[in-house]
Design a protein around this ligand. Structure first.
Ligand code: AMP
Length: 276
């Protein structure tokens, strides 16, 4: 497995693979890898080569967010990647990736990015797109893999690739949960035992939603009312039903999803239920 920090080296390796006719699956991550990331890697192995980036992207963190304390475990991460058949891990330096303080900026579409996560984290999705455009240019992957847990991110990235006629397929991947049904997240590590127990309410509300939707309930007001009783007394940042353009819907149909963010001990936990 190649471990690469240098951008030119990464570009040359990916170019040589493409010249050899290999398809390239790309999994962008911020590291502290868990089974959610591993599931993306496994899916990416439908390509002939797999590249994982590990980069805690400063541009997607707000001034008061957890950039400096975000877990960093490069050695464990590389071992996980190696174990799961990754061909190259790309770990660039921020200074090399962002060469200019006053560089070209990218703005996510406002209607998709100033709601939900974006309303709470202004500029977050601009930062996500700024790092992904660089990675997509350096690697030029055939396919890139994103978790449905970060629903808004996945939809905005899909929009960017579509809007810019990018020759790249964005694959949304299922949400991986622990034994209690809690969506795995690198930030779960911030929770105390008590906080973790409370997070199980999120899993409970997800289970309820999945079952009720499967049984044919499509009235979002009813689904929300019951979910809020399950989640009580947790602090809810948002709980919405949306379509793929991030527009709110009241009656659920195919290609809608319910997204929620809950705050426990200051940690924001995301989960979503997709009607595919
Ligand atoms: P992160 O390292 O948090 O930036 O996540 C990197 C990628 O892994 C993103 O596409 C996430 O949506 C995805 N991911 C994180 N947690 C999970 C999970 N529990 N299940 C599936 N995908 C996940």
């Amino acid at each position: 497995m190649h471990c690469i920090q240098n951008i030119d080296e990464m570009r040359q390796l990916a170019t040589s693979w493409r010249k050899d006719g290999f398809s390239i699956g790309f999994v962008p991550t911020m590291g502290a890898l868990h089974d959610g990331h591993v599931s993306l890697i496994q899916k990416a192995r439908e390509n002939q080569r797999v590249i994982v980036s590990i980069f805690v992207n400063p541009r997607q963190f707000g001034a008061n967010e957890d950039f400096s304390r975000y877990p960093r475990k490069p050695h464990e991460d590389c071992a996980i990647c190696k174990k799961h058949g990754v061909d190259a891990v790309f770990m660039p330096h921020a200074d090399a990736l962002y060469q200019y303080d006053d560089g070209i900026r990218i703005l996510a579409p406002l209607a998709m990015s100033n709601v939900l996560e974006g309303a709470i984290r202004p500029g977050h999705f601009d930062g996500v797109l700024e790092v992904l455009t660089r990675f997509f240019h350096i690697i030029q992957p055939t396919r890139a893999y994103f978790g449905r847990k970060d629903a808004q991110q996945l939809l905005i990235v899909q929009r960017m690739v579509y809007e810019w006629f990018w020759n790249l397929e964005i694959i949304g991947c299922e949400i991986i949960r622990d034994a209690h049904g809690i969506a795995l997240s690198s930030r779960n590590a911030y929770l105390s035992d008590d906080g973790y127990r409370n997070a199980q309410k999120i899993a409970q509300s997800t289970r309820f939603l999945e079952q009720a939707i499967k049984a044919g309930e499509c009235d979002f007001a009813k689904l929300k009312a019951k979910s809020l009783t399950i989640l009580s007394p947790l602090e809810i940042d948002y709980f919405c039903a949306i379509d793929y353009n991030l527009k709110e819907v009241q009656t659920l149909t195919k290609h809608n999803l319910i997204v929620k963010a809950v705050r426990i001990e200051g940690v924001r936990l995301l989960d979503s239920v997709w009607i595919l």
